[in-house]
Write a protein that binds this ligand. Structure first.
Ligand SMILES: Nc1ncnc2c1ncn2[C@@H]1O[C@H](COP(=O)(O)OP(=O)(O)OP(=O)(O)O)[C@@H](O)[C@H]1O
Ligand SMILES: O=C(O)C1=C[C@@H](O)[C@@H](O)[C@H](O)C1
Ligand SMILES: [Mg+2]
Length: 171
């Protein structure tokens, strides 16, 4: 049984994948992204899972993939932006070092752009992102042991902040 050195959560565009890869490199550990795990198991992109099978099926696959990765990965683990919606996942995160990458509406929309790989944001990205940030803020706060703001900051600077805060939080 392994446990991640850090689990990254946050909205789409927070930089979980970007910062997670850099953080893992700095720590000399491997990086794993639950979104990629789900795509590998399903054999298709997340956008196709949403279209073919629906969001409810995706969320069930996601909760199972998070539970599996939490028990099997000892590096940096990034969760999908909506993983914290599942109560079971929030419970499973207790006792882990969970880093919330916080991002405001303007930066999140800028970063996500018009990328249709994010099915929830394919229509009206700005309004959807605003609703999503408001609904999920309390959930990210509930699971986080560390919160790092990412607005207007380069990934390297965010990683340095995460590393400094990780040193202060017992493993
Ligand atoms: N701190 C940053 N400053 C500027 N651009 C960034 C920053 N972090 C990430 N980006 C860019 O924003 C986009 C989204 O980043 P990334 O895919 O890492 O986000 P994510 O949190 O993993 O999103 P998702 O939940 O959709 O997987 C990418 O194009 C990335 O290069
Ligand atoms: O914010 C969300 O609900 C999502 C974010 C992505 O990471 C993917 O997990 C998927 O597109 C759903
Ligand atoms: Mg990502």
């Amino acid at each position: 049984m392994s446990r991640p050195v850090a689990v990254l959560v946050g909205p789409p565009g927070a930089g979980k994948t970007t910062v997670g890869e850099l953080l893992a490199a700095r720590l000399g550990v491997t990086f794993r992204d639950v979104d990629h795990d789900i795509e590998a198991s399903a054999g298709k992109p997340i956008s196709d899972i949403f279209v073919d099978d629906g969001e409810e099926t995706f969320r069930a696959l996601e909760a199972a993939a998070v539970a599996a990765a939490l028990g099997a990965h000892d590096g940096v683990l990034a969760l999908g932006g909506g993983a914290v919606l599942a109560e079971a996942t929030r419970a499973a995160l207790r006792g882990h070092r969970v880093v919330h990458l916080d991002v405001g509406l303007a930066d999140a929309v800028d970063r996500v752009g018009l990328n249709t790989a994010r099915p929830l944001l394919a229509l009206n990205p700005r309004a959807t992102m605003r609703t999503l940030l408001a609904q999920r803020a309390p959930l990210y706060a509930e699971v986080a042991t560390i919160t790092v703001t990412t607005d207007g900051r380069a990934p390297e600077e965010i990683v340095a902040d995460v590393l400094a805060q990780l040193e202060e939080v017992p493993a």
